[in-house]
Structures are given as structure tokens and as C-alpha cells.
Design a binder for this molecule. Structure first.
Ligand SMILES: [Zn+2]
Length: 501
């Protein structure tokens, strides 16, 4: 890569679609907003199928939710909200147009000119401007036999058609893929705190990114299914464009798709021009006049938002702002923290437990990404077992010196498996602990035999050792003395690395 090309400024902008999953019905009809897992084309009616003669009826709560989100993102709320028809022909759109919004002729989308501050970018902070926030309907879904390139036909399912979406468009203010990820996590936390969208639901938050370097044309990347993949897709695209630029090859303004299996972007259709959509005002939905007092009433009804919550955690519980942010970034962790402090009055100890041990556990064992494709909140099953009382007891047992952190982590595994209270597990362990070498020998040997790969990994990787220890704990039904088991495993690893090579 030449010096010149790597110096060119990268600009990244996002277009994010959030379904208002807390709504009961679709945006313009009474069909259920909960379309997931239903027989194809059963969650439909003449309105969302676009039958002639039907009329849309706007879901008032959808407008309220959108205004609340716009307020949370510091947008100016438009005094008059108008819907537009965006005309295009594609099988996922039964009416051949999408009801959306468009800013022209004093008609406006719900909110404009907002901002979101990223305040923990390695010590510095940065403001991402929000260009607009609008309300629109989700199209249906197409399903292909195999892949889109090789399928002979497509199947269409209109169950999702007409579900309320908020579209958020940012200015191209991001310089780095990591900022994009941080922004999306912040946004997800705001959505969770407002209680209007559950980002853990598959497809509930979807993101397109546009990326350009220097004066080159802008490339739009669509079809990105998880927050992790947004970061990957953006990083890939920057590398691809820099490589083209460094070789003097023109970067075409185009739409590309993220191929999450191959982790590359592939060319889609050439970019449509805006006028192709022939926007015109939706004649079946009157403009909505938004009064100042209505906005203020909504503002007053809004729950505590992440920034305020972080501040409160720092002030009331004396947490570091880093710890507070990690908790608040995932609302269920923040909720778990606050509920746990009611059982044990040591907030810092509980926070520390959740942020290091519990979160570490979730990441290691549950391949945890809250916006992964197909993730319907799989960590939910863990949180059904790990209650505030469990967390409080674990922190208390460690603080009192009854157990060490290694044991506490093993107990956490046991809690997830059994739902038992840590104090009860500790009692069982005390009564019947396998604390002699010969008692543990056969279990340790069995684990090493069955987990050959992890054992070999353990020669160079501490984490693999913890994994093996977890297996020993499981095979012994939690009765193994973790200290002894760990030292035995370490011994075996040391023998292997001495004798093995
Ligand atoms: Zn319907």
C-alpha cells in the first residue's frame, strides 16, 4: 500500500433500520407486529397486502415511539410529519411502493439534525451527527433455495410487510470501523432503555454502511446481519478501496452486499438515483401536526436513558465510569446489577463480578453477540437461571473469603446448569469435596483424554486450562477441589510440554 492512499481520509456513514418490536400491531393495519416463527403469509391482511380499495390507518403509538427515539438522539422534532410513497418494483413490496418519509416542501420526517456522543473512545469523545430519523414500513422477505445466485426461483413471505421501522441516517462522521461498532452498541442500549425495540431479536436492528476514501466515489454495503459483521464489512471495504486506489484503479459508486460466509463484500446492482423512486406524498394518510406540548408530554414519560444512568451509577454506587458504561451498555446487565445490590450492599463488588466474571463467562461459553444472526437472545436462558440473588451470593462468598474467584466461576457454571443458589452449592462442596489427588486422578485423566484438542491448546493458552477445569468440575458434579484440580491439570500440561516435543 502506498503512503498516499493510506493517508486519504476514510468517511463512513450508517443507515440503520430498527423495528419497533414493542408495538402490538403493524404500522398501518391490525396485523400482529410479531411475525417471527409464523407460517409464511399467515400474518397478513388486505391492507398490508396492498389490495385495491384498502386504506392504511396509522399506528399512533409508532409515531410516539419514533418521537421518543428522536428525542433520545437529540433530534429536532418536526412540527408537521408527512408520509411519502417511495415507488419501486420488487417482489418483497406488495403495493409496489413503500410508505416512508421524505424531506421536501416543508414536509418532514419525524426528527432531523440529531447527535449521539461516543464518550469513551480511548479517553477522547466524538459526536456523530444524525441527519434524520424517519418512520416507514418494513418490506416482506424473499427466501431463496440455496443462494441468491444459484436459486431457480424465490419464495416471498409478506408476514413482515408493514411492520413499523425507524430509519436512522447518520452523517459520514465515522473514521474507524470500531467507532461504528461502538455507535451501534450505544444505539442498542438506548433502544433497550426506551423499551421500544429488542435488538437481540433476529433482524430487529439492521445496518447498511456507506464508505468512501478521499475524493473517491461512495460505496454502499447492504445485507449486514450483526453488529460484529458491520465492523468487519466496513474494515473489509476500507482495505478493498485503499488497495484499488493505491493501484490507480477507479472506485465505482455502487451497492455491494456483505457475504457473511466468505466475509467479503460482493457487487450488487449499480446504485439507483434518488429520482428513480418518484417520491410523492401519500394521499391516504393526512399530515400529522406535532404540538410542542405533545412532545414535552412524551419527553416527560421517557424512562432514564443510558447517559443519565451511567452518571447515576458513578454518583450513587461509586462505580468507575468505565464499569458503569459496560453495565449500562447492556440493559439487562445494568438491571441485574441494580437488583443484586438489594441483596448485598456492596455495589462495587457486585459490579466487578458482573463486568469481569459473568460477562467473561457469557462471552466464552455462549458465543455471545447480542445482535447475531439467529440469536433470539440465547443469553436469556442463562439469565433465567442467574438471578440477582445468585449474583449477590457469589460476590458475598468471595468477599467473605469463603471461596476464591476460580471456585466462584466454577459455581457460576454450576448455577447456569442447575439454577441452585451458590450458598447451597458451596455447602455441598464442603460436605463432599474431592480434595485428594487419587480421588481426582481418574476424572482429570478422562477429561484430558476426551478433550485432546483443548489439552494441546492448554500448552500455550491459559483459557484452555480454564475450559478443562470446567470439565473436571462438571464430571465431578462440582465436588472437585478446584485448586487441586487446576494444579493437577497444570502438572499434566507441564509434563506434556517437557516430554511431548
Ligand atoms: Zn395487515
Amino acid at each position: 500500500m502506498t503512503k498516499m492512499s493510506s493517508d486519504a481520509r476514510v468517511r463512513i456513514g450508517l443507515e440503520i433500520h430498527c423495528q419497533l418490536t414493542a408495538l402490538r400491531s403493524k404500522l398501518f393495519c391490525r396485523c400482529s407486529a410479531d411475525y417471527r416463527g409464523k407460517e409464511p403469509n399467515t400474518n397478513v391482511c388486505p391492507v398490508c397486502l396492498g389490495m385495491p380499495g384498502t386504506l392504511p390507518l396509522l399506528n399512533r403509538r409508532a409515531v410516539e415511539y419514533a418521537i421518543m427515539l428522536a428525542l433520545a438522539l437529540n433530534c429536532k422534532i418536526s412540527k408537521r410529519i408527512t408520509f411519502y410513497r417511495k415507488n419501486y418494483f420488487y417482489p418483497d413490496l406488495p403495493k409496489n411502493f413503500q410508505i416512508t418519509q421524505y424531506n421536501a416542501y416543508e414536509h418532514a420526517s419525524v426528527g432531523v439534525d440529531g447527535s449521539l456522543v461516543l464518550d469513551d473512545l480511548n479517553g477522547s469523545s466524538k459526536t456523530i451527527r444524525i441527519r434524520r430519523l424517519q418512520l416507514e414500513e418494513d418490506p416482506g422477505r424473499l427466501a431463496y433455495e440455496g443462494s441468491i445466485d444459484t436459486a431457480n426461483y424465490a419464495l416471498v413471505d409478506y408476514n413482515r410487510a408493514g411492520v413499523a421501522l425507524v430509519e436512522i441516517v447518520t452523517e459520514p462522521d465515522f473514521d474507524e470501523p470500531s467507532e461504528v461498532r461502538l455507535f451501534l452498541n450505544r444505539l442498542a442500549s438506548i433502544l433497550e432503555h426506551l423499551g421500544i425495540c429488542n435488538p437481540a431479536l433476529e433482524g430487529a436492528v439492521r445496518c447498511d454502511a456507506n464508505i468512501s476514501i478521499g475524493e473517491h466515489a461512495r460505496v454502499e454495503v447492504k445485507n449486514i446481519n450483526s453488529f460484529k459483521d458491520v465492523e468487519r464489512a466496513v474494515a473489509f471495504e476500507i482495505t478493498r478501496q485503499r488497495s484499488l486506489a493505491s493501484r490507480g484503479i477507479e472506485i465505482r459508486g455502487e451497492t455491494r452486499h456483505w457475504d457473511d460466509a466468505r466475509r467479503i463484500t460482493v457487487q450488487a446492482r449499480m446504485k439507483e438515483e434518488e429520482e428513480d423512486y418518484r417520491y410523492f406524498p401519500e394521499p391516504d394518510i393526512p399530515s400529522i401536526v406535532v404540538k410542542e406540548e405533545d412532545v414535552e408530554a412524551l419527553r416527560a414519560r421517557m424512562p432514564e436513558l443510558p447517559y443519565a444512568r451511567v452518571e447515576r451509577f458513578v454518583k450513587v454506587y461509586s462505580l468507575s465510569s468505565d464499569t458503569a458504561r459496560i453495565l449500562v451498555n447492556e440493559k439487562h446487565l445494568a438491571d441485574l446489577f441494580e437488583a443484586s445490590t438489594k441483596y448485598y450492599d456492596n455495589a462495587r463488588s457486585i459490579a466487578n463480578w458482573i463486568v469481569t466474571d459473568l460477562k467473561g463467562y457469557l462471552e466464552r461459553y455462549a458465543s455471545y453477540d447480542r445482535n447475531s444472526k439467529g440469536d433470539d437472545g440465547s443469553s436469556n436462558s442463562i439469565f433465567a437461571k442467574v438471578t440477582p440473588r445468585h449474583i449477590a451470593e457469589l460476590a458475598m462468598l468471595v468477599d467473605s473469603g469463603k471461596i476464591n474467584r476460580v471456585t466462584a466461576r466454577q459455581i457460576l457454571q454450576n448455577v447456569v446448569a442447575s439454577g441452585m443458589l451458590p450458598s447451597a452449592i458451596v455447602q455441598g462442596m464442603d460436605a463432599d469435596m474431592l480434595s485428594k489427588k487419587d480421588e481426582l486422578e481418574s476424572i482429570v485423566n478422562r477429561v484430558i483424554e476426551e478433550e485432546r484438542k483443548a489439552f494441546m491448546d492448554a500448552l500455550s493458552n491459559e483459557k484452555a486450562l480454564n475450559y478443562l477445569l470446567g470439565k473436571v468440575m462438571r464430571y465431578s458434579n462440582g465436588r472437585a477441589d478446584p485448586k487441586l484440580a487446576l494444579s493437577m491439570l497444570k502438572e499434566k500440561v507441564a509434563d506434556k510440554s517437557k516430554g511431548g516435543k
